[in-house]
Write a protein that binds this ligand. Sequence first.
Ligand SMILES: *Cc1c(COP(=O)(O)O)cnc(C)c1O
Length: 420
Amino acid sequence: MNEKGASQESLNNVDAEISELIDNDLNRQNTHIHLIASENFASKAVMEASGSILTNKYSEGFPGRRYYEGCETVDQIEQLAIDRACELFEADHANVQPHSGSSANMAVYLSTLEPGDTVLGMSLDQGGHLTHGSPVNFSGQVYNFVGYGLDEDTELINMETVYNMALEHKPKLIIAGYSSYSQSLDFQKFREISDEVGAHFMVDAAHFIGLVAGKVVDNPTKYADVVTATTHKALRGPRGGIILTREEFAKDIDKNIFPGAQGGALNNQIAAKAVCFKEALTKEYQKYAKQILNNAKALSDSFQEQGLRVISGGTENHIVLVDTRSVDEELTGKEAGILLNDRGITLNRNAIPFDPRSPFITSGIRMGTPAVTTCGMKENELTQVGYLISEIMKNRSDENKLNELEAEVRSLATSFQPYG
Ligand SMILES: *Cc1c(COP(=O)(O)O)cnc(C)c1O
């Protein structure tokens, strides 16, 4: 440390504790099989931009309209990010400043709703997100959310039900989008319903925007007034959010991000978003997105071959949900999640539709294939992963068998390391 200015010494010298903890997590990332559906591994280029000197610049406002001097360069960076996002998602307008998916959603609610207004979105316990009206989140405290779920027999969204709920509740805003649903969404039908009841239509594409970027699922910007998303999930960019809108909503959305919901932009993260959009505009990224889907299908098929029950009957995206009661009635999502992580496979417990257990215990596990696909795994490996997960759960009281299975997991993980 010197009095003259910020130290140029490396992290390792300045703070050995944090440096070592980062190394520990690098080791965890390199030695587990990662199936958390919302996680991915950003490229070195994305992390370089994210860790750059741009963290030092204050820039409230938008390119060309700032409240601080010295923004010439960050203006160019943000404009590049906006232009690339518009090209990638075929959108009229992009706001690349949201610090997260949650603040992107907050800005849309501020733009389209008054406190107490009704919103129709997917129920949390059937696949929706915290910001879609959870009572512990601002969304549920400020607005009146009503939730559509899945049909009990098909475990699919029934658009007839959505339509009837829209007629009954007359929402100001209808949201399509999920955190744990493995099927396609009928954006056209959502649009028609929104028009009929005079609601704005928002798609929360946080989970699947990477698949939109890779052109392997329908593009919601064609139908929605506003699309919100994260950049760190399947899209493989830095942590952050983005909002894509039609021209007519652009000014209002911008105003509700700054000064509505946030202060200064995170210029380092915006630069990293620009890098991630550039990466996603390539043919290679499109191949990657296709492989995410093929891998999810292989994983889902593998579970079914092992006799496990896959929620909604399979997958059409990157997500696979499994009913742990199909291993045996006693097995909970919580126990399965802890057991698998101990044996080198990281995923999360997840409520399944009509789950009789509490959200902390659950009867399901949720998996996604973006991260393992980044590591180079293909269908054969995902078939093997499905087998290993099934066998670990089935043999959870047989220590010898578990050790054998764990050895297979570790060997597969080290053959497909993100940062090896
Ligand atoms: C992940 C997610 C978000 C929020 O993203 P954060 O960056 O964690 O705030 C919002 N909506 C949906 C549907 C998500 O899956």
